[in-house]
Design a protein around this ligand. Structure first.
Ligand SMILES: [Zn+2]
Length: 376
């Protein structure tokens, strides 16, 4: 059964990119041979997906999966559903003092505030401009962009109460005097003004949409292929180039940085995005006493605007984490298999700052001070 073997391989590859369970994929006997991961069907759809992904980047806390999305469902009609992580752990540095260590809270609650647009009495807009709530069906929140056919389903973890979360959020807006915009049937004056006031930002968001949507449709790569335990990302607008998506990955020092494997998957001719590496700087061979960072800048192989900047950081564990990182991730739902790969226990010698490293750092500074004295 040559054919069966090839199909099985395609199912495995697709799962690597999208996180779709084998049981979902096995039933589908035909994938598009040329484009096995469908693109968004329209520019509006692309923009919606990109803006939602960008919102997840602003979150900054720990979630079970690097982006907070466990998996996708990509239907053959081009529509997209994402399966969200359930709870988040606030980073120890940002945790309010009254919160006990280990406090975890439902991700859906925070997400409602990040996604839904509203305007303050002074005109300041928050949330995603133009985003509209289409419906809530059980654990599914369906959103769209006003006046378009775009659609995206956010599938909450079991127990998610979107209706209660939205009602609660509405109450906080009443108290602060903000006006919700997510139910308006047309583009509001506040949204029009926002776009007029920051045309560069709006233009960049459109320039970067092909990348945002393309990355979201391959979101599982961040946990199936990459070796980072922490992923941060954001966008920088730029009128000239179209701006950039920046991803910062932290991999523990005793775990191999998999940047070549990750970039190979991301730029794969059949499964990846039409991207090519334009610049790179690799420090893997450097015997740095401090954290290392390998950086890669990728751009479209054709003429789409916008760039992707990837920073692979190789960090010692005590750089910004505590000794309980692995346990904290397990508590919010990270799988043991993923943790065994990105935060193996017990940590290797390279994982933390040892006395030897401390001593070498001291010597480094002594030499630096001496050479500065000599040069005077
Ligand atoms: Zn490197």
């Amino acid at each position: 059964m040559v054919h069966g073997g090839r199909l099985a391989r395609r199912v495995r590859t697709r799962a690597l990119y999208t996180g779709e369970p084998y049981s979902d994929l096995k039933g589908r006997t035909v994938f598009d041979n040329v484009v096995p991961i469908p693109m968004a069907a329209t520019k509006d759809q692309e923009f919606l997906e990109s803006e939602v992904l960008r919102t997840f980047g602003g979150y900054g806390e720990w979630l079970a999966h690097p982006v907070g999305i466990a998996r996708l469902r990509l239907a053959s009609d081009g529509s997209l559903a994402v399966w969200l992580d359930s709870h988040a752990e606030m980073h120890p540095i940002r945790r309010p003092p009254e919160w006990l260590p280990g406090t975890i809270f439902p991700f859906s609650q925070t997400l409602v505030g990040m996604l839904l647009p509203r305007v303050r009495p002074d005109g300041e807009l928050s949330g995603i401009p133009r985003l509209r709530l289409v419906s809530v069906r059980g654990g599914d929140l369906i959103v769209s962009l006003v006046g378009t056919t775009s659609r995206m389903t956010l599938h909450g973890a079991p127990g998610t109460q979107w209706k209660a979360d939205i009602a609660e959020f509405h109450r906080t807006l009443d108290l602060s005097g903000e006006t919700p915009l997510w139910a308006s049937g047309s583009l509001t004056a506040a949204e029009r003004e926002f776009e007029r006031d920051v045309p560069g930002v709006t233009r960049s968001a459109h320039d970067l949409a092909w990348l945002g949507s393309g990355l979201l449709r391959r979101v599982a790569l961040f946990h199936t292929v990459n070796s980072a335990y922490r992923t941060r990302f954001w966008t920088n607008p730029d009128r000239k180039t179209g701006g950039e998506w920046i991803f910062e990955f932290a991999t523990r020092r005793d775990v191999p940085v998999e940047h070549d494997a990750f970039i190979a998957r991301l730029t794969d001719r059949q499964w990846g995005l039409p991207l090519a590496v334009r610049h790179h700087f690799c420090m893997c061979d450097h015997d740095a006493l401090w954290d290392r960072e390998c950086s890669y800048t990728l751009a479209h192989t054709g003429d789409e605007r916008g760039r992707l900047h990837l920073r692979f950081q190789h960090v010692r564990r005590d750089a910004d984490e505590n000794d309980h990182a692995r346990r904290d991730f397990a508590e919010i739902g990270s799988s043991e298999a993923w943790l065994d790969r990105v935060l193996p226990d017990p940590p290797g010698r390279e994982a933390s700052v040892t006395d030897d490293v401390r001593e070498r750092r001291k010597q480094y500074w002594q030499r630096a001070i001496e050479s500065r004295h000599r040069s005077r």
